[in-house]
Ligand binder design. Structure first.
Ligand code: NAI
Length: 480
């Protein structure tokens, strides 16, 4: 029986290993983590992450051929294939701070593998890493390797949170990069044999190590670039009276462009896009390619612009001040169907409104009050370190309340900001909400989820990203 051990029981390690265990009953899969709380949660009925379909997959194979454990060294020692799926945050200090990937967690995992291994291992990079990381990992593993043969593979993960299980069941592609030596190719084949138990062979791509590592960074940069492109056009739509939904539809009908990832919004979030682009920018700079670095930097600049443009719109519409006003924030997760708040645009929007002294009442169906307070108290980039390394009880941010439903959050509010596209926000009773708000009642739709015309009929003053402006908003000062 092949034994797999995955180091890192997070958003990637947990779901990917659960699906491998489900699809490959003859493989024993153990997911290990240094966080006791996370492992306890994986072994309980309340999994540590919310992902549609995940509970069902875990229930089917946990205790059969899927295990979660904190005995990291024991399971690494026993494994034939070791996936490393630890976090790779942006460095916050020292050389490359604010851009480069912090490989502390990766390096400590690699050193531990080197220390405890007594048999040959295939070590798989599952985390997103800078191109050429495999070379550094190889050095750590083979230095004083006691004659053990290590093969490093790059197998980046392309799942999207919110649809992770569907993506893993039916991936567009699985990418495996390895050394072009006979041993390297044997290792590639061994990993390919795992995936082809459910993924059609023509969707399993094999490349050299550096292409696989770089493909992940490039894919995320391309995806984020589409969002920034449509968001940039959304600003022009508002200035000219064009409608971003119509423009995006017309553009996306071109088969060379395609319709996906063209929804204008308050900005992209999530743990990966910004971090991976910053990492790409840093690599370009280190390789003497400042023009290429600046090109990709612009994707992040537009994203930041879109968030601050939204805040400015809220403030300028409400008579140029939100001081002391209650603003209801509907949605805090970075997108629907996940409880993940890492780099969510809601953090920047809330901080912007708090900066103007608003009082905020937040409702999100999947995000806890503790998480919201932690996010609003944390410094940029600090979130991407294991939970046990973060402050346990952040000082609660005054002026922020967390509500149990949208009606409570909006009661007595002067304005509403919709920041996550949860389906339930489409079906709210907006007449009831309007009746319980201060007047004039404002609604700022950062995800284009509501029917703006219907809401205007009720009496709301509505702002929707990239849509023709309400006459009220046109009269307000221009938004920079
Ligand atoms: P995460 O933060 O949810 O999970 C990482 C886990 O690794 C944590 O539970 C942490 O305690 C554990 N860990 C850190 N150092 C360890 C060590 N030395 N030994 C044992 N456990 C250790 O991170 P997530 O979201 O799963 O991401 C992991 C990697 O996958 C990152 O490089 C990310 O860029 C990449 N990725 C993430 C995607 C996502 O949607 N979240 C999608 C594709 C790639």
């Amino acid at each position: 029986m092949v034994k797999i051990c995955c180091i890192g029981a997070g958003y990637v390690g947990g779901p990917t290993m659960a699906v491998i265990a489900l699809k490959c009953p003859s493989i024993e899969v153990v997911v290990v983590d240094i966080s006791v709380a996370r492992i306890n949660a994986w072994n309980s009925d309340q999994l540590p992450i919310y992902e549609p379909g995940l509970d069902d997959v875990v229930k089917q194979c946990r205790g059969r051929n899927l295990f979660f454990s904190t005995e990291v060294e024991k399971h690494v020692f026993e494994a034939d294939i070791i996936f490393v799926s630890v976090n790779t945050p942006t460095k916050t200090r020292g050389l490359g701070a604010g851009k480069a990937a912090d490989l502390t967690y990766w390096e400590s995992a690699a050193r531990m593998i080197a220390d405890v291994s007594k048999s040959d291992k295939i070590v798989v990079e599952k985390s997103t890493v800078p191109v050429k990381t495999a070379e550094a990992i190889e050095k750590i593993l083979t230095h004083n390797s006691k004659g053990i043969n290590y093969q490093i593979l790059s197998n980046p993960e392309f799942l999207a949170e919110g649809t992770a299980i569907q993506d893993l069941f039916n991936p567009d592609r699985v990418l495996i990069g390895g050394r072009e030596t006979p041993e390297g190719q044997k290792a590639v084949q061994a990993l390919k044999d795992v995936y082809t138990q459910w993924v059609p062979e023509d969707r399993v791509l094999t490349t050299n190590l550096w292409s696989a590592e770089l493909s992940k960074l490039a894919a995320n940069a391309f995806l984020a670039q589409r969002i920034s492109s449509v968001n940039a056009i959304s600003a022009l739509c508002e200035a000219t009276g064009a409608n971003i939904t119509e423009v995006a539809y017309s553009v996306g009908m071109d088969s060379r462009i395609g319709p996906k990832f063209l929804n204008a919004s308050v900005g992209f979030g999530g743990s990966c896009f910004q971090k991976d682009i910053l990492n790409l920018v840093y690599i370009c700079e280190c390789n003497g390619l400042p023009e290429v670095a600046n090109y990709w930097k612009q994707v992040i600049k537009i994203n930041d612009y879109q968030k601050s443009r939204f805040v400015n719109r809220v403030v300028s519409s409400m008579f140029n001040t939100v001081s002391g006003k209650k603003i209801a924030v509907l949605g805090f997760a970075f997108k629907k169907d996940t409880g993940d708040t890492r780099e969510t645009p809601a953090i920047d929007v809330c901080k912007g409104l708090l900066g103007d002294k608003a009082s905020i009442s937040i409702y999100d169906p999947q995000v806890t009050e503790d998480q919201i307070q932690r996010d609003l108290a944390m410094n940029k980039f600090d979130w991407d370190h294991p939970i046990h390394l973060q402050p346990m009880s952040p000082t609660a941010v005054k002026q922020v309340a967390v509500a149990w439903d949208a009606y409570e959050a909006t009661k007595g509010a002067h304005g509403i900001c919709i920041l996550t596209e949860w389906d339930e926000f489409k079906a709210l009773d907006y007449q009831r909400i309007y009746d319980n708000m201060q007047k004039p009642a404002f609604l700022f739709d950062g995800r284009n989820v509501v029917d703006a015309e219907k809401l205007r009929e009720i009496g709301f003053i509505v702002y929707a990203i990239g849509k023709p402006l309400d006459p009220w908003l046109k009269d307000m000062p221009a938004v920079a």
